[in-house]
Each structure stands twice: as structure tokens, then as C-alpha cells.
Write a protein that binds this ligand. Structure first.
Ligand code: NCD
Ligand code: ZN
Ligand code: ZN
Length: 359
């Protein structure tokens, strides 16, 4: 494998761009710059950053700020709230990429622990737009029961264990409408790396064993896994030095090079890799690639991941020190060069909302 690879419109369907009350961690402009530097056409932003995207007012605030600040194309999730916010679902669903439900504790205040409340959210969300879930361990089985009941398309985010993979493989064999995402940190790091990474290796779900990691790679090969999603979740180095440190790691700028390195090493086929970051995420969210939208990657460029040159405002990566093959050269969006040779070439506001009302 050598030369220049052209990837059609890569989409990362799971990022936390921050901004708003957490602008000190990153802004819509800084983190969409990271998306372009990572080779992405578009990103889908999660609702847990304060103020959480759980009512029409918070949604309007976020849409306005992203419209003004985004450098790449984008969509946002609406969040399921502990205070029943289902009444506004019909109104907001047309403006967002999907509903996000947090079913285990993580960053933010959106935990839904009660199965009856989860069911009410599942029933209320209009069909045709995805429900994305944070579910770990046994909670995966709890959510699968709701999928069986309601038959709504459910995307399982950042799956990280062999046990969860087995549940989802069986669910797919049963014909349930589910899709599965895994993150680059669960694919390329294990719990052993926490010894050296410390807080920089802390995220939800936590890093797992080598056996769990092997199960994820197997599930990529057999088609159980549909998507590689970064779960880009920047926190500042100062915050990571705190006690306890917040959970979450940046990932937008390292996912494609890490995956292309696995392709080069024969651990992943190029066809699968392309499906995981382009066609599958687009299909799950019902998106078409705009015309003349692609990313060029120099497959012969090799480098060691370091802090220098990162566009994310947090300025660090859990993959520092790893040698990768594949450097993003250019990102073309709707015929315009958005990123070339390390530099952003468009202004804030260039990015389109892929789920603007009426589309
Ligand atoms: C995410 C965050 O910081 O917003 N943290 C994380 O560890 N992944 C939240 C999440 O995706 O669960
Ligand atoms: Zn999560
Ligand atoms: Zn996340």
C-alpha cells in the first residue's frame, strides 16, 4: 500500500466539541479544526457539555454557535434528560442527527438509570432518527430489551468488552436494528497503558484487557462492528492533573492514521477501514456525501504522534509516542479546499448543519 489514498467524505459520528460553558476545554472552531486536521468531512456532536442539549432553548443556542463557528460539516444530538423532556421530541427531532441516552455514569448530568424512564424515552423518540446509547456491561442487555420492544434503530457507542460484543453479535443475528461503534483508544490501548498514561489514559468506558481488545478486532473483521468513532472528549492538562481527573481523551486527529497503520500492518483490510469511517457512519445517520467531498492521505508519510502540530485546544494525545503511517494532506468539502498541508483554509461558519430543518 503506497501513494495517495482518497477517502470519500469521512464522518466521525461521536465527538464532544465542548465550547459554550466549557470553552476553556475547546471551542467549536478549535475542535472542528482538529476534525479537518484528522481528515474528516463532518462530525456529530454529543449533548452532555453544559448547558446540556436537552431543551429547545439549549438546542437553539448550540445550533447558532456551531453555525457561526464550525469549520467542517456537522450535526448535533439531542439529549434524553432525567427530568422528562420527551414532550419536545417531535419538535426537535427534525433538527438533530439523533437522540443520545447516557445509561451509565459519565461526564455531565444526563444519567438515566431507571429502566422505565429509559423505555419512555425510547417510545417517545420519533422513528427515522437514531437513538445512540452509552451502555456498558449488563446495561447493554437492558437496552437491547428496549430495542426488542420498540424496534427503533439504536447505535451502541464505544463498545469495549468481549461480553458486550457477544450480546450485540447475537442481537444482530436476531435481526434487531442495532449498530455498533468502537473507539481507537479501545482498539490501540489496553488497561496496561494506564500505568504509563495515568490520567491521560482515563475515559469512559475505561481501557480494558488485551482479550477484550482482541474481541473488538475480531468483531471488526466479522462485521459486528459498523463504525470507528473517536469519542473525542478534550479536557485540559491542568484538569487531567486534578484529583479525580475528568474522564475523556481527544481522538479526532489520530483515528485515521492509526487505522491506516493497522491496514499497513495487515491487521485490517483497506475495504473494511473505508467502510468503518465513511460508508457505514453515513448510512447509519442517513447522510449522503456532498459532491466533490473527499480526503487525500499520503500513505508513505510516517511520523511519531506528538503534541506539536495538534489543532485540538487541549494540546495532548493518549497516543503520543506511537509511530503511524498516513498523513492527511488535503480535505476537500463541496469542491473547496478546507485543509491543506497542516493548515485550515476556510473560515469559521464554512461548515454546514447536515440536519438543518426541512432536509
Ligand atoms: C465523555 C466526555 O468527557 O464528554 N467522556 C468520556 O470519557 N468518553 C463522555 C462520554 O462519551 O461518555
Ligand atoms: Zn459515552
Ligand atoms: Zn462520548
Amino acid at each position: 500500500m503506497s501513494g495517495v489514498l482518497t477517502l470519500p467524505a469521512p464522518l466521525d459520528p461521536h465527538v464532544h466539541l465542548r465550547d459554550l460553558a466549557w470553552a476553556h476545554k475547546g471551542t467549536f472552531t478549535s475542535e472542528t479544526a482538529a476534525a479537518l486536521a484528522g481528515g474528516y468531512w463532518a462530525v456529530l456532536d454529543m449533548p452532555n457539555t453544559p448547558p446540556p442539549t436537552v431543551d429547545p432553548q439549549a438546542l437553539a443556542t448550540k445550533l447558532a454557535a456551531l453555525t457561526a463557528g464550525a469549520l467542517c460539516d456537522w450535526g448535533v444530538y439531542f439529549g434524553a434528560s432525567q427530568d422528562d423532556n420527551t414532550a419536545c421530541y417531535p419538535q426537535v427531532a427534525r433538527q438533530v442527527c439523533g437522540l443520545k441516552m447516557y445509561n451509565n455514569a459519565t461526564t455531565g448530568t444526563l444519567l438515566l438509570a431507571d429502566q422505565a424512564a429509559r423505555e419512555a424515552h425510547f417510545r417517545a423518540w420519533p422513528g427515522g432518527r437514531v437513538i445512540a446509547v452509552h451502555a456498558e456491561g449488563q446495561t447493554v442487555a437492558d437496552i437491547l430489551a428496549l430495542v426488542r420492544l420498540t424496534r427503533k434503530h439504536t447505535h451502541f457507542c464505544h463498545i469495549s468488552t468481549a461480553e458486550e460484543i457477544a450480546l450485540l453479535r447475537a442481537a444482530k443475528a436476531d435481526g434487531l436494528p442495532v449498530s455498533v461503534g468502537v473507539t481507537p483508544h479501545h482498539l490501540f490501548l489496553t488497561e496496561r497503558d494506564v500505568t504509563t498514561l495515568g490520567a491521560l489514559g482515563r475515559m469512559k468506558p475505561e481501557l480494558k484487557t488485551a482479550a477484550d481488545q482482541a474481541a473488538l478486532w475480531e468483531a471488526i473483521a466479522d462485521g459486528t462492528v459498523d463504525v470507528v468513532e473517536s469519542d473525542h472528549a478534550p479536557h485540559t492538562l491542568d484538569e487531567k492533573r486534578g484529583d479525580p481527573p475528568p474522564s475523556g481523551v481527544p481522538g479526532l486527529e489520530t483515528t485515521l492514521p492509526l487505522l491506516l497503520t493497522a491496514v499497513r500492518e495487515g491487521r485490517l483490510s483497506l475495504e473494511r477501514m473505508i467502510a468503518l469511517v465513511t460508508t457505514n457512519p453515513r448510512r447509519i445517520f442517513g447522510l449522503q456525501a456532498p459532491p466533490e467531498t473527499y480526503t487525500e492521505i499520503d500513505l508513505d508519510a510516517s511520523y511519531v504522534i506528538s503534541r506539536e502540530g495538534l489543532h485540538t485546544a487541549c494540546g495532548w494525545s493518549p497516543f503520543e509516542g506511537m509511530r503511524v503511517w498516513g498523513r492527511v494532506r488535503r480535505v476537500i468539502i463541496r469542491g473547496q479546499t478546507a485543509f491543506a498541508d497542516g493548515r485550515v483554509c476556510v473560515s469559521p461558519g464554512f461548515g454546514h448543519n447536515l440536519f438543518a430543518e426541512g432536509i
